[in-house]
Design a protein around this ligand. Structure first.
Ligand SMILES: [Zn+2]
Ligand SMILES: [Zn+2]
Length: 280
């Protein structure tokens, strides 16, 4: 409808619109945060590189390596790439760099850094890839996003939390151990021969003992925590609780039950060794 003659229109707003900060790389949503099936940071880097149609090693070379606060050698970084899923300073630095590239703030959940006060570096992570063939097959059959679970990287985990079958470490095609990252690596495929690693395995657990299922369940619970508030004394307090509850208030009885020496237990008790939870 035409305005009446002489009527004053509303003024235009000439102020600059507030544009949210742009991310350098696609702000890809991580998979499984808040569940035991959360993906690993190396898996996230793979999927991020696929979103940009780049091999993951090129993405690291072009966008990540030069953004670290301290000069980092590319070959050394990729050789020890498994550490970025764990508790090392490289994990912390990688999270910071990739979060600034993607404008996300939730990538620490794809690693173990939130647990760095209570879990050990030693024997924490596998050196090569491990996977559940049924998980991969299920992802592909259902057209779900294919990714690597953080829990598969832990040395202490030997079976699938969901399917209760052994994790595999040897490619069924080339009979070699696929690496965690390479110029050819993609979640679900062998980094060496590019073969698909999923199938409906009917292999049963070799040792269907309660222990391995208990570890799976509890480590899964750990990984599903996104808000962790552990004080420096958390581990020491937990040990004191278990000494009272399981060890009948006898530290040496408890030490015997968990298979450590009395002096080690005493140091845990006094909070001297924090990173020991997996040994318990
Ligand atoms: Zn599985
Ligand atoms: Zn292979």
């Amino acid at each position: 409808m035409l305005k009446k003659q002489g009527e004053v229109y509303k003024e235009f707003d000439h102020s600059e619109p507030q544009i949210p900060l742009r991310s350098k790389l696609f702000s890809l949503e991580p998979i499984g945060i808040g569940t035991p099936f959360v993906e690993s940071l190396t898996s996230y880097l793979h999927r991020l590189s696929e979103a940009h149609c780049l091999p993951v090693t090129i993405l690291i070379k072009l966008f990540v390596i030069d953004r670290f606060p301290t000069p980092t050698d590319y070959y050394d970084y990729t050789k020890h790439i498994r550490q970025i899923n764990g508790v090392s300073y490289k994990a912390v630095e990688t999270i910071s760099v990739v979060q600034s590239l993607t404008q996300r703030n939730d990538l620490s959940s794809l690693t173990l850094v939130n647990w760095s006060n209570v879990i050990p570096l030693h024997k924490l992570l596998r050196h090569s890839k491990a996977w559940c063939p049924r998980c991969y097959e299920e992802m592909r059959t259902n057209a779900w996003e294919i990714y690597d679970l953080l829990i598969w990287h832990l040395q202490i985990i030997t079976s699938c939390l969901k399917h209760e079958i052994p994790l595999l470490t040897e490619c069924p095609h080339c009979k070699r151990n696929p690496t965690i990252i390479s110029g050819k690596s993609r979640p679900g495929f062998c980094s060496l021969c590019k073969g698909w690693l999923g199938f409906n395995s009917s292999q049963q657990l070799y040792d269907t003992d309660e222990w391995s299922l208990w570890v799976n369940k509890n480590v899964g619970l750990m990984l599903s925590q996104t808000k962790i508030n552990l004080s420096n004394n958390s581990f020491s307090n937990a040990v004191k609780y278990y000494v009272n509850e399981i060890g009948n208030k006898e530290p040496y009885t408890f030490a015997k039950k968990v298979g450590v020496t009395g002096s080690t237990l005493l140091r845990w008790y006094n909070g001297e060794i924090q990173r020991a939870v997996f040994f318990v």
